[in-house]
Design a protein around this ligand. Structure first.
Ligand code: NCD
Length: 310
C-alpha cells in the first residue's frame, strides 16, 4: 500500500492486518513509556485545512509513539492564509523531504490530487464530504473489539447489522464506513430524513430507511453522525427539535435498542441534537473507545505505509 486515500483501497485481508497490528500497537497505550523505535528518522507532516481535535492529535500521537518526527501545519497561521494554492503548499512541504503527508481539506479529492504531485505517502484525514478512511478503520476496529467480547473468535462482520444514522449527505465518515463495513461483511443500514440521504444511495451496498424506530431493535451497532451545520446551506430539516424527535438517540430510544447493541459517534457530538447525554454516556457507548482506537489504528496505518519493507 502506497497511499491511503479511500476505504475502497482496502480488501478484507488488508483491513484485518491493520486491525491485528493495531491490537499490538494498543499495548503501547497502557505502558508508562509510550515509545517504539519503528519509524525513527521518518518525518510525517499533518497538513490540516479544516478544524480537527481527534484526527490531528491522534495522528500526531501515533507518529510520535512510533518515534517519527511529526510536524503540524494548519491553514490558519500558514501561507495558505496569504493566498498560496493547495498545489504550491503541498509541493513546498514535500520539497523539505517529508516521508508522509496527512491531509485534511474541505475539497473532496484534495488528497488524491496531492498524491499525484509528490512522491511522499499521502493519507486522507478527511476530504470534504468524500471520505475519511482512518475514521472508518478505527470504527471498524472498535466494533470488532466490542463484538469479540461476546464472540472471541469472530473474524468478520457477516450477519451483523450496523445502522448509520443522521446526516449521511454531508458525511465522509458514513461514505468510508459504508465501504469498509460492507467489505467486512456487515449489513449497513443508513437511516436519515429523506433530505439527508444523498442522491444515488440506491447504488450503494446498503439498505436505506427513513424510520429510526423501525431499525433500532435490529441493529448490533448504532452509529450516530453529527449534524454538519457548517456544510449546510439551510433547509434540510424544519427545526433542531424536530430533528431530535425523528432522528435523535434519545433516552426512550436507548431502551428500544437490541440487547448487547452498542453506540458509536465519530465526534464531535452535538449533545441534545443527534445524541442525548444519556446515550453518549451510556454503559454501551463506545465513543471514548473510538478515540483510544484512533491512536492504535493510526500507528498501525503509519507503520504499514512507512515501516517494514522500506
Ligand atoms: C468527523 C470529520 O471531521 O469528518 N470527525 C472526526 O474526524 N472525528 C466527523 C464530523 O466532523 O462530524
Amino acid at each position: 500500500m502506497r497511499h491511503l486515500l479511500s476505504a475502497a483501497d482496502l480488501d478484507r485481508t488488508q483491513i484485518t492486518e491493520i486491525f491485528d497490528l493495531a491490537e499490538e500497537m494498543s499495548l503501547v497505550q497502557g505502558r508508562p513509556v509510550k515509545k517504539l523505535p519503528a519509524l525513527r528518522g521518518r518525518t510525517v507532516v499533518n497538513l490540516f485545512f479544516e478544524d480537527s481535535t481527534r484526527t490531528r492529535s491522534s495522528f500526531e500521537i501515533a507518529g510520535k509513539w512510533l518515534s517519527a518526527d511529526v510536524i503540524n501545519i494548519s491553514a490558519k497561521g500558514s501561507s495558505v492564509s496569504k493566498g498560496e494554492s493547495l498545489r504550491d503548499t503541498v509541493l513546498t512541504v514535500a520539497a523539505m523531504g517529508v516521508d508522509a503527508l496527512v491531509i485534511r481539506h474541505h475539497a473532496s479529492g484534495a488528497p488524491w490530487q496531492a498524491s499525484h504531485w509528490i512522491d511522499a505517502h499521502v493519507l486522507n484525514a478527511g476530504d470534504g464530504t468524500h471520505e475519511h478512511p482512518t475514521q472508518a478503520l478505527l470504527d471498524g476496529f472498535t466494533i470488532r473489539r466490542h463484538l469479540r467480547r461476546s464472540a472471541p473468535d469472530l473474524v468478520d462482520f457477516e450477519g451483523k447489522t450496523v445502522a448509520i444514522v443522521g446526516d449521511i449527505t454531508h458525511s465522509r465518515v458514513a461514505r468510508s464506513n459504508v465501504l469498509l463495513l460492507s467489505t467486512l461483511g456487515a449489513q449497513v443500514t443508513l437511516v436519515a430524513p429523506p433530505t439527508l440521504l444523498p442522491p444515488g444511495v440506491d447504488s450503494w451496498p446498503v439498505l436505506a430507511c427513513t424510520d429510526l424506530d423501525e431499525v433500532l431493535p435490529h441493529a448490533d451497532i448504532v452509529m450516530m453522525l453529527r449534524v454538519q451545520r457548517e456544510r449546510m446551506s439551510g433547509g434540510y430539516f424544519p427545526t433542531p427539535r424536530e430533528y431530535t424527535i425523528g432522528y435523535g438517540l434519545t433516552r426512550p430510544r436507548l431502551e428500544a435498542m437490541k440487547s448487547g447493541a452498542a453506540i458509536c459517534h465519530p465526534g464531535p457530538m452535538n449533545r441534545g441534537l443527534e445524541i442525548s447525554a444519556d446515550a453518549a454516556d451510556a454503559a454501551n457507548s463506545l465513543i471514548l473507545d473510538q478515540v483510544a482506537a484512533g491512536v492504535s489504528v493510526r500507528m498501525s496505518v503509519l507503520y504499514e505505509l512507512l515501516g517494514g519493507a522500506e
